[in-house]
Design a binder for this molecule. Structure first.
Ligand code: BV8
Ligand code: ZN
Length: 245
């Protein structure tokens, strides 16, 4: 097995907010306008596949047009200093990869792929949205769905185990832009804290797990993350997070 990464960055929808991607639970977020149980569940897809497909197609178009922001880019730069840096994300937008992050664990799947709900065959979303049908049908007769994890579905096992081991054994766990309410992903913050990692939180607001953080930074990730590089350097050298000057 690889040596555990000493630095893990755990992200949620907040990191992509400054790229123009809606978050889920903030005022103005996606769940305020749409009820998740009507759209992000296997039951919703079974009952109204056309409505669910159109919602994801709309979200995919937004993501495709978006660009990584300074927050994504700061994280990608940290990997030059920490080659073992691991990004663990709940996001489905692939903006970390597009910013240059090489090791990214996607806990909730991705929007860039569609897959057959029956046989599992994968098709690029860019192609799937051009096919006839809402949603299009696979050659096997099953319907195409987005390759994301819906409420009530299991997370991809390999991805979750890798993230869990990294959280348990890392030295520094930086949590960015997540409301820390969706499990089992949010539980990784608890795993990191229990494993003895220094936990740093970057968020516009307090979250249910803010109390586990050694330090919290309140504000937009795109403004805060680029400025954290000296603190991370100091942490690497001294083994502890520098006190505010
Ligand atoms: C499972 C993908 C096992 C698709 C998503 C009761 C209690 C506890 C748990 C449960 C329960 N009832 C049900 C559950 C389990 C459930 C769950 O956790 N529910 C919660 C909500 C109560 N979990 C599941 O079902 C999971 N699977 O448990 O499997 C199982 C299975 C079967 C049978 C038995 C057991 C699967 C969950 C996966 C859901 N998929 N999305 C899609 O994208 O459509 S969820 C959705 O939430 C998002 O995609 C994201 O992945 C996830 C987390 O959201 P966040 O990323 O945190 O975003 P949010 O908007 O909430 O917060 C944004 C934050 O950013 C805010 O704090 C804000 O202040 C901050 N912010 C905003 N702008 C900025 C910023 N910060 C910095 N800078 C900024 N600019
Ligand atoms: Zn199929």
């Amino acid at each position: 097995m690889d040596r555990a990464p000493s630095l893990v960055v755990f992200t949620g929808a907040g990191i992509s907010q400054e790229s123009g991607i809606s978050t889920f639970r903030d005022p103005g977020g996606l769940w305020e306008r749409f009820r998740p149980e009507e759209l992000a569940t296997p039951e919703a897809f079974a009952a109204k596949p056309d409505v669910v497909w159109r919602w994801y197609r709309w979200r995919f178009e937004k993501v495709r047009a978006a660009e990584p922001n300074p927050g994504h880019r700061a994280i990608a730069r940290w990997q030059e200093r920490f080659p073992s840096l691991l990004v663990v994300t709940q996001n489905v937008d692939r903006l970390h990869q597009r910013a240059g992050s090489r090791e990214v664990v996607e806990l909730h799947g991705d929007l860039w792929t569609a897959r057959c709900a029956r046989c599992g065959k994968r098709v690029a979303m860019e192609r799937a949205i051009e096919l006839p049908g809402e949603p299009p049908a696979c050659a096997c007769g099953g319907l195409l769905r987005p390759n994301v994890v819906w409420f009530g579905e299991m997370l991809p096992q390999e991805a979750f185990l890798r993230a869990d081991a990294a959280a348990a054994h890392c030295g520094l766990f930086v949590v960015v832009g997540t409301s820390a309410r969706v499990y089992p992903a949010a539980g990784l913050i608890e795993v990191a804290a229990e494993g003895g990692a220094t936990v740093i939180e970057v968020n516009r607001e307090e979250t249910p797990l803010s109390a586990l953080a050694t330090r919290t930074y309140r504000g937009p990730a795109g403004e805060i993350l680029p400025g954290l590089t000296p603190e991370i350097e100091a942490w690497a050298k001294e083994g502890r997070w520098p006190s505010p000057s």
